[in-house]
Design a protein around this ligand. Structure first.
Ligand code: NI
Length: 176
C-alpha cells in the first residue's frame, strides 16, 4: 500500500487515546498494510497506528520478535489488552520510531501477556519475555497516548525536545 510519514514527538497527535476498531473491514486491512510498509521502511520492531496519524486501536510487531518465521507477515494486534504482567522487572534502553535516535532506560515487567484480535477476527493471546514483553507494553502505551518521555524527568524531557526540534528543522531545510 504505502509508506506513511511517522509522527515525531512533540507532535500532539501522539497524545490522543486510540479508539476501538468495531469491524475488520477493508479500511482496517489497508491500515495494517500501511503499518507494515511504514515499519519496514524505518526498520522498526513494532509500530502503533497512532504513529502514522491514525488513532485506531491497533499495533503490529515484527514476526521474528513475535515468535513467527522471519518470512511471516508482521502480527496485527487489534483492540489489544494487557491481561497479565510479571512482578519481575527488566531495565533496558528503549527506542521509538517517534523519537528518532533517542534511547531511554525504561523499567518494565520482564514478561507480559496480551489479548487481541487478529486480522481474521479471531481473539488470541500472546506472552512475551524480555524484548517481546517490552515491545508489547511499549506499543500498548501508544494506544493511550503514553510515550517514552513520560519515563524521564522534566530536564531530560526538555533536552530531548530540543534535539528532536533540531532534527525537524534540518528536515524542513532539506525539503527547501
Ligand atoms: Ni514507540
Amino acid at each position: 500500500m504505502a509508506v506513511r510519514a511517522v509522527v515525531v514527538w512533540p507532535d500532539d497527535r501522539l497524545r490522543q487515546a486510540s479508539v476501538p476498531i468495531v469491524a475488520i473491514d477493508e479500511s482496517v486491512r489497508a491500515l495494517y498494510q500501511d503499518l507494515v510498509d511504514s515499519m519496514y521502511a524505518e526498520n522498526g520492531l513494532g509500530i502503533a497506528a497512532l504513529q502514522i496519524g491514525d488513532p485506531r486501536r491497533m499495533f503490529i510487531v515484527e514476526p521474528k520478535l513475535a515468535g513467527r518465521e522471519p518470512t511471516d507477515p508482521p502480527v496485527a494486534f487489534i483492540n489489544p489488552e494487557v491481561v497479565w504482567t510479571s512482578t519481575e522487572q527488566q531495565d533496558s534502553e528503549e527506542g521509538c520510531l517517534s523519537f528518532p535516535e533517542i534511547y531511554i532506560k525504561v523499567k518494565r515487567p520482564l514478561r507480559a501477556r496480551v489479548r487481541a484480535m487478529g486480522l481474521d477476527g479471531e481473539i488470541f493471546e500472546i506472552e512475551g519475555e524480555g524484548l517481546m514483553a517490552r515491545c508489547l507494553l511499549h506499543e500498548n502505551d501508544h494506544l493511550t497516548g503514553k510515550l517514552l518521555v513520560d519515563f524521564v524527568g522534566p530536564l531530560k524531557r526538555q533536552m530531548i525536545k530540543k534535539k528532536l526540534m533540531k532534527v525537524k528543522d534540518a528536515e524542513l531545510d532539506e525539503a527547501g
